[in-house]
Design a protein. Structure first.
Length: 306
């Protein structure tokens, strides 16, 4: 009976995780709606603060309020929201679904380890601790990998996108129209960076100052090259210098940095391959080359012994 209840709980948890994951990945950015919400509230509130302002709206808001009321819950919510933004998930339900996944993993993993070690009380405590550590670190590790992959995609597409932006600006278009055209052209090549450019344009159209929009762009991505690009665009607009020429020079510098990063990765490959060679390839090579000779010697010694 207990085993059936456990498997039923595991099945319900898996269904919940699949549903929340689908909701998380289906979420899209809506900068205009975000700006209108900001104008209505006159503040830039976090997801937890908005959930507290709307206490009666659904299970997810009550769940956020419950987690935020725990010791250290607010810091965990803010840190998770920051990492989600850096991973490209900025919808209103992104934080709620991630918190539900993290809490479910924190409950299911220790429970699963406790059920697997139910016949061995000596290892049940160790399994419970291991399951708790895995359930706590696993979602954060996965989110960190998603954020790293998202930043890498932005970093890879930045040189070509900046170069194209300089070319479009050279045709006489304004900055907003040029960024919108570049986002349309790069949508199928670098969709992450194209969406970021589109978000900046929509924020400016919604009434936000261009400097604040670019500063927000640099802050939510956390990439130094994008920070430098944002500062260059803001300074060029402030002092009236030629932005097209500056972008061309900056695109060349970005390509040089990308080439240097590739050279550094190639240089590190030899060192990274050293440990697999020593641990896995050399022992097999020694067995293949030495064992036949040793067997032949042992056979000859046995014949001589007779």
């Amino acid at each position: 009976m207990i085993g059936a209840l456990f498997f039923l709980g595991v099945f319900a948890t898996i269904v919940t995780l699949v549903w929340t994951g689908a909701q998380l990945f289906r979420t899209t950015d809506d900068p205009l709606a975000d700006r209108l919400l900001e104008l209505q509230t006159a503040t830039v509130a976090t997801t937890a603060e908005r959930a507290r302002q709307r206490p009666g709206r659904g299970f997810m808001n009550r769940f956020v309020r419950l987690i935020g009321g725990l010791p250290g819950g607010q810091d965990w919510i803010k840190g998770s929201e920051k990492r989600l933004r850096q991973a490209g998930y900025r919808g209103e339900n992104a934080l709620k679904t991630y918190m539900l996944i993290a809490v479910s993993a924190l409950v299911v993993c220790p429970g699963g380890m406790l059920w697997l070690t139910r016949n061995d009380p000596a290892s049940a405590f160790t399994g419970l601790i291991a399951g708790g550590i895995f359930g706590f670190i696993g979602p954060q590790f996965a989110l960190g990998k998603l954020a790293t992959r998202y930043r890498q995609s932005l970093q890879d597409g930045l040189p070509d996108t900046v170069d194209l932006l300089g070319i479009v600006l050279g045709t006489g278009l304004a900055l907003d129209q040029a960024m919108l055209r570049v986002s349309e052209e790069m949508q199928f090549i670098y969709p992450a960076l194209a969406n970021e450019f589109y978000t900046v344009v929509m924020q400016v159209r919604a009434g936000q100052e261009r400097a604040k929009a670019f500063n927000s762009f640099a802050r939510r991505t956390g990439i130094e090259d994008i920070k430098a690009l944002s500062a260059m665009i803001v300074q060029s607009e402030r002092f009236g210098t030629s932005l097209a020429h500056a972008l061309k020079v900056y695109a060349d510098a970005l390509r040089m940095r990308r080439r240097l990063r590739a050279d550094a990765a190639v240089a590190k490959a030899g060192i990274k391959m050293l440990f697999p060679i020593v641990l896995f390839i050399l022992p097999v090579l020694f067995v293949i080359t030495l064992v036949p000779g040793m067997l032949s010697v042992l056979k000859d010694l046995k014949v001589l012994g007779r």
